[in-house]
Design a protein around this ligand. Structure first.
Ligand code: 4AD
Ligand code: MG
Length: 461
């Protein structure tokens, strides 16, 4: 059989020829003399139309009753079509049943809510929206690899199971080999991971610290893998399991860091606009009507760069009433982030130099003694998609920061050693992959851009 992707790409090669296609029925429309089947074979976002003439196709009466999702193989002639959705269609000669479906197939033609479809993670990839989302997700991942590989960054696979807390925030899932059918009676006997590794371990919250090891050997590296956070935030932007891209660059300061981040975001957007036209048009028409305007605006403008202190000033001067009161020292809340990007600047904004109290221990302390060389990228509609910083390379300051954060110096011994042996200035950031996909597609819930979402209270499938 020829793939539908191939037919759409090179239709001229197949016109007036007999071809075979195989796929799943999306819809059947039937009059007495003719029937029209929309067939999708999964290779392309779009369907191909099959035309059946009652007196030409055997078993016509049976075929027109096939329920949605029936798998068939069609032999027919590809012909040009007038006035149809596509410029061509298949005139069926023969239809073979490959695998039946039943009339109670849960995804009938009507539109289903995303909430309902979340309960159908095994079937939702068959819908238009999820077909488009997961093709974009795949393509964006490829674009990210292409971007970094073309810049000669080395892809490092950070471990999933680790013995350190990269963020120092204590939001980790513990790893255990406990026999759940035979739990210890006494809480003191619960020894997470110790039985296996000889020490406490957890699922990684970030590959950054390991990326730093490799940046100080290879100069420019990136990770791209799953990360896990036991945050108790039940929002449309938080998942307990999400994917992160973390470049790390030796000899780079915070400005170099922002330059790479900005170039990367624009590259991903351009790549998807150019290489997934049908899917992106779908999002622009059905999910977010302003999407193309917004994305075009982004790739053609410079991102704003302001300090945290300036951001606080702007929020205070705005006269806007926020649920969470604004004053220097607060962690910016989603409502503040969105006000800054959507109301004040109307474009992506890097906010830099946050108070050290609200940021991780590894961020480089600025000369003012109060702020650190942090940078977050905030975007309209989503909020924070990137968090990064220049790293603290001074051994004494880093030791002090670890202690100030009540973290255990022992567990970071190797991280400290990196500072002893040629520990040059270096910087990096983490892009939340799902948040990037939300931004790219206009999808508004993180649960709808990851195949199997894990969120508070939910680990279905
Ligand atoms: O700002 P975060 O916590 O930064 C780090 O983890 C650094 N170690 C990155 C680095 O410098 N290498 O997380 C980075 C990004 C956030 O901006 C956000 O996009 C995403 O990861 N993120 C989440 N995405 C979905 N669900 C969650 N629970 C997320 N937590 C963070
Ligand atoms: Mg952050």
């Amino acid at each position: 059989a020829v793939s539908i992707k191939e037919i759409f790409k090179n239709s001229q090669d197949y016109i007036e020829k007999e071809i075979a296609v195989q796929g799943w029925i999306k819809t059947v429309r039937d009059s007495n003399k003719f029937a029209f089947i929309e067939l999708n074979d999964g290779t392309f976002f779009k369907n191909i139309q099959i035309v059946l003439e009652s007196n030409k196709v055997e078993n016509f009466k049976e075929i027109v009753k096939y329920p949605i999702s029936t798998a068939i193989r069609v032999v027919g002639k590809l012909v040009t079509a007038q006035g149809a959705k596509q410029d061509f269609e298949v005139n069926a000669i023969n239809v073979e049943l490959l695998a039946p479906s039943t009339v109670d197939y849960p995804l009938q033609k009507k539109r289903h809510s995303f909430e309902y479809l979340r309960t159908m993670a095994h079937l939702r990839p068959r819908t238009n929206t999820f077909s488009a989302v997961f093709r974009i997700r795949s393509l964006a991942a490829f674009a990210i690899h292409k971007f970094f590989q073309e810049k000669n960054f080395v892809y490092v696979h950070a471990p999933i199971i680790t013995a350190s807390d990269a963020e120092g925030a204590g939001e980790m899932f513990q790893v255990t080999t406990l026999d759940m059918n035979n739990l210890p009676k006494n809480d003191n006997e619960v020894d997470f991971g110790k039985d296996f590794f000889g020490k406490k371990t957890n699922l990684t919250v970030s590959g950054q610290l390991e990326a730093e090891i490799y940046a100080l050997a290879f100069q420019n590296v990136y990770t791209f893998g799953p990360t896990f956070r036991a945050e108790n935030s039940n929002t449309a932007r938080h998942a307990a399991e999400f994917w992160m891209i973390e470049p790390e660059m030796a000899f780079a300061d915070i400005n170099d860091n922002m330059n790479v981040a900005e170039e990367m975001v624009k590259y991903i957007i351009n790549y998807c606009l150019e290489n997934a036209k049908e899917e992106m048009e779908f999002f622009n028409s059905f999910i977010d009507k302003g999407l193309f305007d917004r994305l075009n605006n982004i790739v053609n403008s410079n991102f704003e760069r302001i300090t945290y202190t300036k951001a606080i000033e702007l929020l205070e001067e705005s006269g806007q009433k926020f649920d969470y009161p604004v004053k220097w020292g607060i962690d910016l809340q989603t409502e503040h982030e969105r006000y800054i990007t959507e109301k004040i600047f109307k474009k992506p904004v890097f906010v830099t130099d946050y108070p050290q109290e609200i940021k991780a221990f590894y961020m480089r302390r600025n000369d003012d003694g109060k702020t650190v060389a942090a940078m977050d990228l905030l975007v309209p509609g989503v909020g924070e998609i990137i968090g990064g910083s220049q790293r603290e390379e001074r051994l004494d300051v880093l030791e002090q920061r670890i202690k100030e954060n009540n973290l255990d110096l022992e567990t970071y011994w190797w991280y400290l050693e990196l500072r002893k042996y040629g520990g040059v200035k270096h910087s990096g950031y983490g892009l939340g992959f799902e948040r990037m996909i939300m931004y790219l597609t206009g999808m508004s819930n993180i649960r709808d851009v990851i195949a199997f979402p894990r969120t508070v209270g939910n680990a279905e499938f």
